[in-house]
Design a protein around this ligand. Sequence first.
Ligand code: 8YV
Length: 339
Amino acid sequence: MSKPTVWISRPFFPDIVDRLRPHFEVRAESEERAHSLEERAARLADADAAIVGLTERIDAAAIAAASRLRFVANLGVGYNNLDLAALTAAGIGASNTPDVLNETVADYAWALMLAAARRVGEAERWLRRGEWQGFRFEGWLGADVHGKTIGILGMGRIGQAIARRASGFRARVIYHNRSRLDARVEQECAATYVDKASLLATSDHLILVLPFNAQNRHAIGAAELAAMKPTATLVNIARGGIVDDAALARALADGVIGAAALDVFEGEPAVHPDLLNLENIVLSPHIASASRDTRRDMAALAVDNVLAAFGHGPHAGRPPTILNPGVLADASGPDFPNA
Ligand code: 8YV
């Protein structure tokens, strides 16, 4: 029997890709770019599995044109690029990359919060422009992070990793989430549950870590920004679209809040032009999980899921982070194990 085909939509670590070769015909893109709908359809047409990133939407239209597709591994913990209901209805398994990136993303949330609060980017730009002519005792006054109240909106595993880092800063953590955490987890994270209004009003620094869905679109807009402290810092490491970027630009320009840091943007890689003109914001190109070790772990986990879905490797038949395990029992692809 011929090997199944796996399409890899973005290049990654060749030694990790090589683990697929004994079992798959590997079609790996050599260039990192978004594919048009036609290109995506052409590549999925003869693929039994796909490893894709956030820029690749796998929706009902993509699935309809992919008659052999049995499994899709997403290179990311967030999977709003996948239509999970449509995949499940078609009997196609899907996985994401949870947990392996928690600590790296939490580190980065702190990096952004500290950079925005202490004006690191703004001060560096000023220095590089040659404007540092003398010392100003009252220059560059920022906001403290230690000892302050850090708010976390969306308290999954990344939110919890962010919260655990607060103890060294003697900071207080409050959070809001769809459902309240177990008392044991709250205690371990030293985090106090509050309603969204209190979170907005009380946080000195507010970090967004919630998944993107239709309900969360513009969860932070003009009204929410107005409810925050005028000195507050807002950090978005979750998904573009959770913040209304145009409203944020106005709020930063008008002093409604003190500063912000964004790693994700509505319509990225495009960035709202009004944000680019502001000094009191740190901007980065969606790199919160981008440490060498973590990106390798994410790639390896995606590969493990594909191998397992086709009956190979230590997890054979049980993809370790499958999102729709119900499909395993129904799967009837040529090499897809009936679990
Ligand atoms: C990735 C992410 O950079 O895991 C996620 O949800 O947003 C990031 O870790 C991105 O998904 C890369 O495809």
